[in-house]
Write a protein that binds this ligand. Structure first.
Ligand code: AMP
Ligand code: MG
Length: 417
């Protein structure tokens, strides 16, 4: 079972920057060791367990990049066009034959280059004369329209690294190597709870002072996108003893316990007390807005993360704390997408020393530049602010104000998960 080492509890006091939080997580979380073998069809999104060195070069043999005529470069016309006889025909999949000296070979895309040829004329660039000879225009570069063996990936090159979360193009590469099955890290198992007396599960009756639990379904979906096996353990009520019992039970059989709500320092924030009675806990005051404290801890050897209850704070802290923890537990390399430069269409003031995420929508201006329009309201409880926008503008620690026309960094929602 993965462990967080105890010394992370030294970090209860000062504000943690986002980068410090991620560094602490990666230093202290141990990846699951178990691996499993999956077919290519099941490999998307899984974390590769071992490096893959090219077992064959790509392309495996030198071949034509176009439909046309293969010739030897010494037969290339220099100044005027030149007609040469055609002998032989190599479609894709056919074995290459040797070309007769001074002859062109009819060839198709992907077919192996006939021995003795090194250049291909595109069929659009030639014509066949009355003698059945191919008329070659002057000016083609020797080696044109040929894909040499290994030009994509040489034999033995480490093309996919352990820790890579496989994307469709990575799966394609493994397939191109002829590999049918891949060793991947087993999925991590995450227990998810919501907490709060005010929550009603969708599909059940809602009392007048209740709202439907929305965070749990957001978190379950986000975890699934990260390749986790999730256990939806429902809603815990604001009662520390029962909460503690449920969390302790969840520690067995899960690699991570995730809750939302109840982690501020108010007297109705029962998660803190609950966790402290069965494990160890620290409140991370992160220098991030929206954010509020995030609780990190260990319950019976299993890492615990308690996210704030406000939906937007929950979303943003998931991205910055849960995502890196899940990746570290899964043995995946922690990747960040680089914010894309866009033009601010709003003004904004902020404190230095903390990172802020502003919900924005993108629009394209006549000059082709993308402009970020800020969602008109700021509350961390506004689900519409996540639904009706395209992503987050990232305003770094040193920024204190944004004016219309400034260049700011934009992170699309898809790139954050
Ligand atoms: P808390 O962090 O428990 O103090 O909750 C902060 C705010 O988030 C309160 O208004 C809660 O009602 C709301 N909230 C807490 N949990 C959820 C949830 N699972 N879904 C939607 N809203 C929530
Ligand atoms: Mg609460």
């Amino acid at each position: 079972m993965a462990q967080l080492s105890d010394d992370c509890f030294a970090f209860g006091g000062p504000m943690l920057s986002v980068d410090e939080a991620v560094a602490l997580i990666t230093a202290r979380v141990t990846a699951v060791r178990e691996t499993e073998t999956v077919s290519l069809e099941q490999a998307d999104g899984r974390v590769l367990a071992h490096d893959i060195a090219a077992p064959l070069p790509l392309p495996p043999f030198t071949n034509s990049a176009v439909d046309g005529y293969a010739v030897e470069s010494r037969d290339l016309p220099r100044e005027a066009e030149r007609a040469i006889p055609v002998a032989g025909r190599v479609p894709a999949g056919a074995s290459a034959q040797a070309a007769a000296r001074g002859h062109a070979v009819r060839i198709f895309t992907g077919a192996p280059m006939p021995e003795g040829t090194d250049t291909v004329f595109m069929q659009e660039d030639v014509r066949i004369d009355d003698n059945g000879h191919v008329v070659l225009p002057p000016g083609l570069r020797p080696g044109a329209n040929v894909r040499p063996a290994g030009e994509d990936i040489p034999l033995g090159h480490v093309a996919l690294k352990a820790g890579q979360r496989l994307r469709p193009q990575d799966v394609a590469l493994a397939a191109a190597f002829g590999l049918a099955r891949l060793d991947v890290a087993r999925r991590i198992r995450v227990a998810v709870f919501s907490t709060g007396d005010e929550l009603a599960a969708p599909g059940t009756p809602r009392a007048p002072a209740q709202l439907f639990d929305s965070n749990r379904f957001m978190l379950l979906a986000m975890l699934r996108r990260l390749g986790c096996e999730v256990d939806d353990l429902g809603i815990l009520r604001d009662q520390s003893a029962a909460l503690a019992k449920a969390l302790q039970k969840a520690a067995a059989g899960h690699d991570l316990i995730l809750t939302t709500g109840g982690v501020s320092t108010g007297e109705e924030d029962h998660v803190k007390a609950g966790v402290e009675s069965v494990g160890r806990l620290v409140l991370w005051r992160m220098a991030i807005k929206p954010g509020r404290p995030v609780a990190m801890g260990i319950i019976a050897g299993t890492p615990f993360i308690g996210l704030p209850g406000n939906p937007v704070a929950s979303f943003v802290t998931f991205v910055h704390v849960v995502r890196p923890t899940v990746l570290a537990l899964s043995g995946a390399a922690i990747t960040h997408s680089l914010p894309m430069p866009v033009r601010a269409a709003f003004s904004y003031k902020k404190k230095s020393g903390r990172r802020e995420y502003v919900r924005v929508t993108l629009r394209k201006r006549e000059d082709g530049v993308l402009e970020a329009v800020k969602f008109p309201r700021e509350g961390a409880g506004l689900l519409s602010s996540l639904v009706d926008t395209d992503g987050l503008a990232e305003l770094g620690e040193v920024v204190t104000r944004v004016e219309p026309g400034d260049t700011i960094g934009f992170l699309g929602y898809a790139s954050l998960l």
